[in-house]
Design a protein around this ligand. Structure first.
Ligand code: FE
Length: 446
């Protein structure tokens, strides 16, 4: 089967064309043509009677999910360092993040670790990721090559750090800009589905000179930018010390054109954003990567994500591995719902203006994981006609019971207790990239 020929998946189809509601079909056909969704049909239209139908009757079919924030090199220590309370967050960097990231100077280690990550990603319901690599250009290029071979779609960032870093991870300003330029020259047009994204780690790790140079590269190569924004109070205080003339953290990026004014921008966390920062995020259509798993555990705080949505902001979900614990976006959907309840409860107790119960529904959170985050790529994350054909077939027989359940209930249970064991088949841009049990669970060749 080539991706140019129309074909159909048959099964129980569910998606969120709008933020507020699921649309689902108990038994229908999802048609693909030219890598795009042609539509959902309860009966095959006359002109498509002869096409290949891949029968998944009894299984669920959902749009592929988009993980907007993860740190690929931190995957080996996922699940560790999650319970450090004292001295503080710095020890997480010192004990785990920086020592692990420094290992990626060794390409053979990078190959082992990144291969494991990519193979594990293939088994999840995620079809697209935005990920930080490390400062190391060769290992970053290797990660891009591995993602390309997997068939997944990705934005990958060579990380920049020319101050406040750790031994083995500190570049000079000249080095970080020269290596970023070389990396962009090497990969800007190399892969159809794996693209570079300029990635200053965050303001404290990049001098103004580095940010100026990165901004110029971002515009020269016409690539987007990703970073961290307002994740914790200590970080915000530090940014104000480094840049005393700013009124809020977002201005530290905005003065270099990194808040959506020149190229698309993706900012992770946005937990403690001030009103002016929220206005800027929404006005400039900066994509917010909401990472509730990491936020709740790190700061015990929930980002006011519905406020962003209500103001017309763009929001998707991020695992933030390995500040977050899992690649499984089903867990992140649940955490997003819980985080919204924590936020509402806090507002109610403190008498804040948005005290009316306004929390994420399952449809809302599923939308953020699919169409919300998918918007960073364009028409992605929905089964509406013209959207990229990213589809995941889920076999929920392991977690089913002996009662008739609606498609909604089956998805609800999948999100609550399902994981990569349920992934049966996965398509990205109309191409099957994973089939359970095939080739040791690795990708299906094109
Ligand atoms: Fe992060």
């Amino acid at each position: 089967m080539t991706s140019q020929q129309p074909f159909a998946l048959k099964g129980a189809i569910i998606h969120t064309p709008t933020f507020d509601r699921f649309e689902y079909y108990t038994d229908a056909y999802l048609l693909c043509q030219n890598q795009k969704v042609l539509g959902i049909y309860e009966e095959l239209p006359e002109q498509y009677q002869g096409i290949q139908v891949i029968d998944h009757t009894g299984n669920l079919i959902i749009p592929g999910m988009c993980d907007l924030h993860q740190h690929a090199p931190q995957y080996p220590f996922r699940g560790l360092g999650q319970n450090i309370e004292k001295p503080d967050w710095d020890s997480w960097f010192d004990l785990y993040a920086f020592p692990e990231e420094s290992r990626y100077q060794d390409l053979s280690y990078a190959k082992k670790a990144y291969t494991k990550l990519v193979n594990d990603l293939l088994r999840t319901a995620t079809t697209r990721v935005c990920t930080f690599a490390t400062i190391h250009r060769p290992a970053t290029e290797l990660l891009m090559e591995l993602l390309h071979q997997s068939g997944l779609c990705a934005y990958v960032g060579k990380v920049n750090m020319d101050r406040n870093s750790a031994p083995g991870l500190l570049e000079t300003t000249e080095e970080t800009l020269a290596e970023t330029r070389l990396w962009l020259e090497n990969c800007a047009d190399k892969y159809p589905n794996v693209k570079p994204i300029v990635t200053p780690r965050y303001t404290p790790s990049c001098t103004d000179a580095a940010m100026e140079g990165l901004s110029a590269l971002m515009n020269e190569f016409q690539v987007p930018v990703q970073s961290h924004l307002s994740e914790g109070p200590d970080e915000i205080t530090w940014v104000h010390q480094l840049m005393p003339d700013i009124d809020f953290y977002g201005q530290a990026y905005d003065r270099f054109g990194m808040m959506g004014t020149t190229q698309p921008s993706l900012m992770a966390h946005c937990v403690f954003s001030k009103e002016e920062e929220i206005d800027m995020l929404c006005r400039n259509q900066v994509m917010i990567a909401h990472c509730p798993d990491a936020n709740l555990n790190y700061s015990g705080t929930a980002a006011p994500i519905l406020k962003y949505v209500r103001r017309g902001g763009r929001v998707g979900l991020g695992s933030d591995v390995a500040g977050g614990r899992t690649l499984n976006l089903f867990r992140i959907i649940l955490e997003a719902i819980i985080a919204s309840k924590v936020h509402w409860s806090y507002c109610e107790r403190t008498g804040a203006p948005d005290e009316k119960r306004d929390v994420l529904t399952l449809a809302n959170a599923f939308y953020l994981a699919t169409k919300g985050g998918g918007a960073f790529w364009g028409k992605v994350g929905s089964f509406e006609p013209g959207y990229a054909f990213d589809a995941v077939v889920l076999d929920d027989s392991r977690i089913t019971d002996f009662n008739e359940r609606s498609v909604y209930e089956r998805l609800e249970r999948m999100i609550n207790i399902g994981d990569d064991r349920e992934t049966k088949e996965k398509y990205v841009n109309g191409r099957c990239v994973y089939r359970k049990g095939a080739d040791s669970d690795h990708k299906e060749p094109a």
